[in-house]
Design a protein around this ligand. Structure first.
Ligand code: EPU
Length: 347
């Protein structure tokens, strides 16, 4: 394990925000995590505790006065296997896309559409990451974790994880209470690609790919190429992917909006409500590509806020507030951030 006092968080958040933590503590096993929790108990590491993954969905609004914990638990273990599927347990600190790459190479299918989503396996289970019509929860069997209060081990079968769009029990009720240590996925050995999400078939046609002969590796590469064409590389331009969630509106509200904006794209949900792309609302509100000091709305994907260099968390928050206000004024919709904000939200 590694403990660093007064640690810079710059390399631990993809927004590239300069902030410090009173302590940064990384562990390589559940036992090491328990040792760290004992140090906290003894007052050798400061509270409060914040558990992070790769920092790809975080915005630091201020320095952090407590201890930031990070899992380096790796490893991929096959728990059970049949000719049709595999149950595979993965350490929470593994980079999610390394696991997707490994799964594709092993002939384990389902996660191809999540290729290149940033972050680690633990964060993927907490955030219920999603892309191109697939969510992590579709393939999660079980989540294992440790209670930060007393270090005891626990596990949550998928039904206890309260999964929905970009939501889980670990993000809500158990927020700040659990360190996820491992995630078990149920993957298929039969490749049945999900290609219905807008843009996938179009990109296949553009790249001359034949749906009937599409291989898992080709699907992975297709998704990677679409992501690279739209989403900025955090190494070049700090960002945390989609800054806002796509809002879900009641059917009646959607009908009213449609009367004014007949071209508005939408995704009807099984319960009658309608998901509307936040990127479209932001673009129509005139904010795509706009800057506010060192923060900007990305010019190729309006859902992404970027750090043009030297932005503070508050610069990003100021831009987010302005974008939300513009969308509220024009459409009567209050966009909710997908990014987790750490620190006081008052400017
Ligand atoms: N659109 C615009 N303007 C833009 C960008 C998009 O009008 O600048 C419109 C497009 O025309 C399209 C719609 O918005 O009709 C949806 O766009 P896109 O397919 O790019 O997806 P998104 O809804 O903006 C979501 C996820 C992404 C994920 C993509 C692909 C959320 C919050 N975001 O974005 O996830 O990669 O779908 O599945 O659900 C992330 O969570 O960090 C993330 C990148």
């Amino acid at each position: 394990m590694t403990v660093t006092k007064n640690a810079s968080l710059l390399k631990h958040n993809t927004f590239g925000i300069e902030a410090t933590a009173a302590a940064w503590a990384e562990y390589d096993s559940e036992n090491e995590l328990r040792q760290l929790l004992t140090l906290v108990e003894e007052g050798q590491l400061p509270r409060p505790l914040l558990h992070v993954g790769a920092g790809s969905n975080l915005l630091f609004l201020a320095d952090y006065a407590g201890t930031v914990l990070h899992s380096r638990i790796g490893g991929v273990e096959v728990l059970a296997e049949t000719p049709e599927e595999v149950l595979v347990r993965v350490g929470s600190g593994m980079v999610f896309d390394r696991f997707v790459e490994y799964a594709v190479a092993c002939g384990w299918h389902g996660l191809e559409n999540l290729s290149l989503v940033p972050g680690e396996v633990g964060g993927a289970a907490v955030q219920n990451i999603g892309a191109y019509g697939v969510e992590a929860a579709d393939f999660i069997e079980r989540v294992e974790g440790v209670w930060l209060a007393d270090g005891h081990r626990d596990e949550w079968p998928k039904t206890a994880c309260d999964y929905s769009y970009r939501h889980s029990i670990f993000k809500s009720k158990l927020r700040a209470e659990i360190a996820v240590t491992a995630v078990t996925f149920r993957l298929s050995k039969v490749f049945s690609p999900r290609l219905d999400y807008g843009g996938l078939r179009k990109a296949m046609a553009e790249q001359g790919l034949d749906e009937a002969r599409l291989s898992p590796q080709q699907l992975r590469e297709l998704v990677i190429s679409i992501r690279r064409s739209k989403l900025p590389d955090p190494q070049v331009l700090g960002n945390a992917g989609s800054f806002f969630m796509n809002p879900v509106v009641e059917a009646a509200a959607y009908e009213r909006l449609l009367a004014s904006y007949p071209a508005m794209p939408c995704y009807p949900l099984p319960d009658g409500r309608v998901k509307v792309p936040a990127a479209w609302l932001i673009e129509r509100a005139g904010w795509k590509g706009r800057q506010m000091g060192p923060a900007a709305v990305h010019d190729r994907q309006a859902l992404v806020l970027v750090n043009r260099g030297g932005a503070t968390g508050r610069d990003i928050l100021r831009l987010s507030d302005a974008v939300r206000e513009a969308v509220r004024q024009q459409f009567g919709i209050d966009l909710q951030p997908e990014v987790n904000m750490i620190g006081s939200a008052s400017l």
